[in-house]
Design a protein around this ligand. Structure first.
Ligand SMILES: [Zn+2]
Length: 372
């Protein structure tokens, strides 16, 4: 302050203008933050046509739905729309997430069409990233993820991700965990709009391991807008009426979602989250455990911390002591426990199974249950 008093009027003016500049600048920043950024991701594109049910092109239908949704959203001055593609080009799965990342988007909506071997299958579902609860959900994710096989260097790009392995998906889900609640709200709003406005068959909110959601660090949903393999639904999705209907419902759900966020409303879209209940894969007389370590040394369980894991058990197999976490006959439960253990730093932990005292093969067990 002392210094200021000695300054002439010019520098005082200069300071005033400078401070004004900062005020304007801050305002600009606030305005910039207020725009709600939505990434609209039309599935497939270019050399990847998506599914070809009834000779329709999934990539074209997804694009038309997305562009129509975008046009509706762009009328709202508080919303910025970002497309991962707005024409018939091939975009790698990880690049789609990167686009959303770079834009620091608030929401990621991926649009696809479903396909099934049985022509009567129809209806609309919205997925959030998670462990597939059943084979059907895994098959959808597998089909959609397999596009990476068309990409260059997919082995390194996706760090050894194998679209054909159910286990490969588990690592993906951790990234989306903190956004799961918001993603579920968005998914419920979408399903509500599809079912109430368009009278589509509700195939519910589901979870599966979609690779495109891997790099989206924001609430993210994946719409399977209906089955091209169903004659009636395929024709609907290929029609202007169908595409506009789906687009309008997506638009409405996004506006509703944003409004809830703005008003800080705690959304309870349904009395109970209508997420498909996990099919328990319970095996009678089998005990699953997570093996966290193997050592020739016998460690006193009570004296050792095991990175904070409680109730670690020990068994001697041959010359080595094995250390296990968890004990359950539910395979899904043990997969969750394996995730916990890995998060604690036991990166090479894996699931083992016992029948009585005897160690049995997990993969054989899972295979035999599938055949039943
Ligand atoms: Zn698709």
């Amino acid at each position: 302050m002392k210094i200021l008093k000695t300054r002439n009027t010019f520098s005082q003016h200069f300071l005033f203008i400078l401070s004004l500049f900062f005020v304007i600048n801050t305002n600009l920043d606030i305005n910039a933050q207020e725009k709600f950024k939505v990434v609209l991701d039309a599935g497939h594109g270019g050399k990847d046509p998506g599914n070809l049910g009834n000779n329709y092109l999934e990539k074209d239908i997804a694009l038309k739905i997305v562009l129509t949704t975008g046009k509706l959203l762009e009328k709202n001055k508080d919303i910025k729309v970002i497309y991962t593609r707005d024409d018939d080009t091939f975009v790698e799965l990880d690049e789609r997430g990167n686009i959303a990342q770079r834009e620091k988007a608030d929401l990621f909506v991926s649009v696809h069409c479903d396909a099934f071997t049985k022509a009567e299958a129809h209806g609309i579902s919205t997925f959030v990233l998670g462990l597939h609860e059943n084979k059907r959900n895994f098959d959808i994710a597998k089909r959609e993820n397999s596009v990476i096989l068309m990409e260059d260097n997919y082995e390194t790009r996706y760090e050894g991700f194998d679209p054909n392995s159910p286990e490969s998906v588990i690592g993906l889900t951790l990234m989306q965990e903190e956004f799961l609640d918001q993603s579920l709200i968005m998914a419920s709003l979408l399903q509500k709009n599809f079912v109430n406005n368009l009278n589509r068959k509700d195939r519910l909110v589901k979870q599966a391991g979609f690779l495109v959601l891997r790099n989206t660090f924001m609430p993210s949903v994946y719409v399977e807008a209906g089955f091209l393999t169903n004659k009636k639904e395929g024709a609907y999705l290929n029609s202007k009426e169908g595409q506009e209907g789906i687009a309008r419902s997506i638009y409405k759900a996004i506006v509703e979602y944003k409004k809830n966020l703005d008003e800080n409303v705690v959304v309870e879209v349904r009395p109970e989250p209508k997420i498909e209940k996990e099919k328990a894969r319970v095996f009678k007389d089998v005990n699953f455990k997570v093996q966290i370590a193997s050592s020739s040394k016998k460690v006193e369980l009570k004296a050792y911390n095991f990175k904070g894991l409680k109730d670690v058990s020990r068994a001697k197999l041959g010359s080595h002591y094995k250390y296990y976490y968890g004990n359950t006959s539910n395979y899904n439960e043990i997969l969750k426990m394996k995730n916990q253990v890995k998060k604690k730093g036991y990166l090479s932990a894996f699931v083992v199974a016992f029948k009585g005292e005897e160690r049995i093969s997990v993969s054989k067990l899972l295979k035999s249950s599938k055949n039943n």
